[in-house]
Write a protein that binds this ligand. Sequence first.
Ligand SMILES: O=C(O)CCC(=O)C(=O)O
Length: 290
Amino acid sequence: MLNDSQIATFKAEGYLIIENLFTDDDLRPVRDEFSAVVEAQAQQLYQAGRVSSLYENEPFERRLAKIAAEAPEATAVLQTRAHKDEAFFQFLKHPKILDRVESMVGPDILCHPSYNIHPRLPGGYTCPHQDAGFYLPDGDETLILACLIPLVDTTLENGCLWVAPRRHKEGVLRHLWEEDGLNISPEAVSEAERQPIPTKVGSMVMFSSMTPHGSLVNHTDTIRWSMDLRYQALGKPTGRWYVPGFVARSRSNPESETPNCKAWIAEVERVEEHANRFPEWPRYRWPNIK
Ligand SMILES: O=C(O)CCC(=O)C(=O)O
């Protein structure tokens, strides 16, 4: 659980760094699962003539970068919530995460539908934003906690996360669609306010959906692998009516917990099929115009 001082820091600063939380054994199953995805991508793209090599001797930190330099589509299977498999599902329910989330949101926890696996490529970065900028306003009153978990050390060079401390109590700032995505307008959060957060593998950074953040540019030739996972109290609005989360922990009704990845996928498909009948209903706070 989080102690009082950690909770106070989170509330005051809008973020919290927890070091030495995960062991190699905790992270190995997801790392292996992502490596298997990269292997499958390499085989498929090689057979399609899209890449000149399988790059099988490259380490986890570099292999996908090599593949994506020739075939940029290689990362799509991991990004944009495409990846759903058993090791990742089990990690989403990891007690080390849920115990800490419980300290903030209570004993009945929804794993929020928005999550990202970030193979941050050389040259890549995350635009300045608040997560709430990507949700509909119904989620604004819900404490939606992001948990950013690096799979490699993140540094100033490879594009670590930055946050704007103490700017999480101002509601949703104006965002604008730019060429590179949805951005908080530059004058709203100055460069000087952006506090980089380099992290070692094994740590976790928690921040709220109202905390302005982004990442530095990855200036290395390796991938800055990380996951950002989200949680909130069960039963509160998510800002995402068109895709469900799943019940990660329910102390009041343990039978209601989503038992496995198959059940999660089935529920996502059911809700998405229903949502597709209402294409005119808004999915984003701001229309995708510049
Ligand atoms: O890891 C990053 O580049 C930033 C992550 C992020 O934007 C998020 O968790 O919302």
